[in-house]
Structure formats: C-alpha cells, structure tokens
Design a binder for this molecule. Structure first.
Ligand SMILES: *Cc1c(COP(=O)(O)O)cnc(C)c1O
Length: 423
C-alpha cells in the first residue's frame, strides 16, 4: 500500500488542526491525487477543479512537462535549498524569464526573489517604494486584496481580514476602484482633488498599488482606459505604480501580464501563485533598474530562491510562453465561459457576470445564493469558490490548460447548480 492509498480519518483535521482552516470546510472530503484539471478523493471520487489553487495551478495539477523536469532535477541531486545562493537552476530561470517574458515585451525590470509567497512580494514592493521615495503613505483601492501580513493587510479592503491584524493598519488610504460609483463619478476626480488640496489631509503617497482584476474582491475588472488614466496620473504626480499580478499574472487574463492589454508599464510588479508553474511556492518582485536601492540583505528570508520551483518555472516558460498559443486559447475559453454565464444571466433574474480571460464571476443579487451554488456544485463533483465582500460571486479560475470538453462539463454542472438554487 502506498502513502496515497492509506486512510485518514476526518477527525485528524477537526480535532488537531486550527479553526483557521478554510477551504477544507467548503470541500469536505480528503483528497489524495490530482492530474490536470481533476482531483481525486480517498473514496476514488473525481472532482473537476475550477479553482486551481486560487490561481496557483494555471497549468493544471502535476503538469507532465514540469513534472519530468522536476523529477530529473531531484534524481540528479540538484540543489533543493540554497538560501539565495547562485545556482544553475536560478540562473536558468532568470535567463528564461528575461529572454522569453520580459525582453519580447520591452520590459526592463530587475528581479527580486523575496520569500516565496504573494504577500512577501507585496511587502517587498511596499518597502522599496517607501525607501525610494522617502514617503510613507500608499494608495490602495476599495475591495483590494494583497495578502495577510501587516503591510499587505493595510492595503487590503476586506474588514474581516483587516480586523485579524489586531493592531492599527496605517499609512494606507483607499480610493474608489473602477466603477465603484457605477459610472456616476468621474474616475480620478476625487483622487486628483485631494492630491492637489493642501487641506485634504492626504499625505503625498509613495505609491499606488492596484490589481487589474480584483480576484478576491469579487472579480472586479478595471477598464483599460481606467488603468491608463491611473498610470498617467501616477507619472504626472511622481507616484510609483505597483501592479499586484500575483493572481492575474501568468496568463490568467490571456497575456502573460494582466496589464499588457492596457499598454501600461508599472514601476513595480509582483508575481507569485502560478509563476512556478507547478504549485510550488515562488514569488518575484520586479522593478525598474533605477529603483533598485536595496542594500544587500535588507529584505532577507530563508526561503528565497526555491530551486525546485525555479526548475518547474523555467519549464513552464519554455513550454507555454515562447509563442501566443496558450494566450489565444485562454481568450477563446474565457469567451466560452462568458457566453455560458451570459445565457444564465438572461435566463434567471438577479444574476449577472463579469471578468476577463479565464477569471470569470457569476454575480448574485441575493448573496447567499453564491455559496449555495458552490455547495451544490461540490456535490456534483465540481470545485468552485465564492469571492466578493459578501461572498456574492461564484468565481471561476479553471486551469488555463483545461480541455474544451472538461470546461463544458464543468459549465453544465454549474448551470444545473444555479437552476437548483434559484431556478
Ligand atoms: C493571493 C494573493 C496575494 C497573497 O498571496 P499569498 O501567497 O497568499 O501570500 C496577494 N495579492 C493578490 C492579488 C493575491 O491574489
């Protein structure tokens, strides 16, 4: 019997694991295997994964292209842990990322490897912006999500998550995200006014941090023209622009970076979730070379440079980003989801849809319906999660590599669940 076929009693989790656990509550079973877009539980039941590790599994579970590179590397006794020492695996990753991702897009960024999580990439970005400008304050947006450590939490909107900090979250000011006032107010009228008014009480900010599509915040999509106006405002006022591409980067919206469509060039970019390509922890903070004012070791960490993750990240770049086949496929599959959701919206009252590429939301006027739809979908063998301030949105993040057939199967399950809940 292998480890994967041994039985685990549910009480192991309920008795010993902290109450902070969350996804295991939405999907109450014990999983053991995964391949592509499918997970299997200990009873042998299969689940179609429309959540993909919150966007950490853009290329699916155990993608064979990355798996073989990883197995070879481990078998050959490649470096597993090496602090931030120079290794062949890191060097090869930097070469591939620079030549295949950055250079063809005309992006000139230095690459920092912070600790391996998204929130660490954000902390590094905020620290650097403050150090470069000598200013403390950061502008964030309503319903933003940037992570759970104190700096990232201070620029995150969700009140329940903020309350968990236990200390005041300061030096951050929220501004309305695109369409916050439903088109009633001119986009940056308020922001410009308080920047100009010496009596406004707004300290001159070091940076603005923004997601092009707010994933956790409810699949709120910023229009390309809104992003361009924001980038323009930042440039005119000498404020650094940070795009947090932790969830929307690595092809989720089609192009490698989610800001490419708007034609803007952020000063600082954060990446994590799918950058390793295999679900292994890895994070990058990218910035303009002239912003590289760090002194050696000033933002340190034991697990910078996760070497097995470099190996899979390099394989992901080489297999998926040398041409635009995947990017085009993402746009086509995104259209397919949009079509299915639009049909649902036409058929049922109190239902609408929004999204870009392969991040799509089904928005319920009656917020509790979204959770019920996800619960019903789970019963039918589909993993999907809610997002938004009232958990009113069913958020879809299928693997980008999902087959059209599996995508349609999942959309059918979801349609049945919607019918069951509000039909
Ligand atoms: C998930 C996420 C983070 C935080 O990443 P962790 O790895 O959970 O720390 C930050 N920003 C965005 C936009 C995210 O989606």
């Amino acid at each position: 019997m292998t480890l994967l076929d041994s039985t685990v009693d549910d009480s192991v989790f309920t008795q010993h694991e902290s109450d902070v656990r969350s996804y295991c509550r939405s999907w109450p079973t014990v999983f053991n295997r995964a391949s592509g877009s499918w997970l299997t539980d200990v009873s042998g039941r299969q689940y179609l994964d429309f959540f993909a590790g919150a966007g950490a599994l853009n290329y699916g579970h155990n993608n064979p292209l990355m798996k073989s590179a990883l197995i070879d590397y481990i078998s050959d006794d490649g470096i597993t842990h090496g602090l931030d020492m120079a290794t062949v695996a890191k060097g090869r990753f930097i070469e591939a990322f620079t030549s295949t991702v950055l250079e063809p897009r005309g992006l000139d960024y230095k690459i920092q490897f912070p600790g391996p999580t998204g929130t660490n990439a954000v902390e590094a970005a905020l620290k650097l912006a403050r150090k470069v400008t000598g200013r403390e304050s950061i502008i964030s947006f309503t319903n933003a999500f940037h992570g759970m450590t104190l700096g990232s939490l201070s620029v995150t909107g969700n009140s329940m998550k903020r309350a968990g900090a236990g200390v005041p979250l300061v030096h951050a000011t929220p501004m309305p995200f695109d369409n916050y006032f439903g088109g009633v107010m001119e986009d940056f009228a308020w922001f410009e006014r308080v920047l100009d008014d010496s009596g406004s009480g707004l300290n001159r900010p070091a940076a603005v941090i923004v997601e092009t599509v707010q994933g956790e915040g409810g699949v709120n999509v910023a229009r390309a023209e809104w992003l361009r106006a924001l980038a323009d405002l930042c440039r005119r006022r000498d404020i650094l622009l940070i795009v947090d591409d932790v969830q929307m980067g690595c092809g989720r919206t089609g192009a490698f970076f989610s800001f490419e469509e708007a034609g803007i060039t952020p000063d600082i970019v954060t990446l994590s979730k799918s950058i390793s390509g295999y679900g292994l922890p890895l994070a990058l903070t990218l910035f303009r070379p002239d912003l590289d004012v760090w002194t050696p070791g000033e933002h340190n960490g034991t697990f910078r440079g996760n070497n097995p993750a470099f190996v899979t990240a390099t394989a992901a770049i080489e297999n998926y980003w040398r041409d635009d086949v995947l990017a085009q496929d993402v746009l086509a599959k995104g259209d397919r989801i949009h079509e299915a959701f639009t049909e649902l919206g036409n058929r049922f009252d109190g239902l609408s849809t929004r999204g870009r590429g392969m991040v799509r939301g089904l928005v319920f006027d009656e917020a509790t319906a979204a959770g019920k739809v996800c619960a019903s979908a789970f019963e039918a063998g589909l993993l999907a999660e809610t997002s938004g301030p009232s958990d009113e949105v069913v958020k879809l993040l299928p693997p980008l590599t999902i087959s059209h057939e599996d995508l349609n199967t999942g959309l059918e399950i979801l349609t049945d669940s919607v019918k069951e809940v509000i039909g």
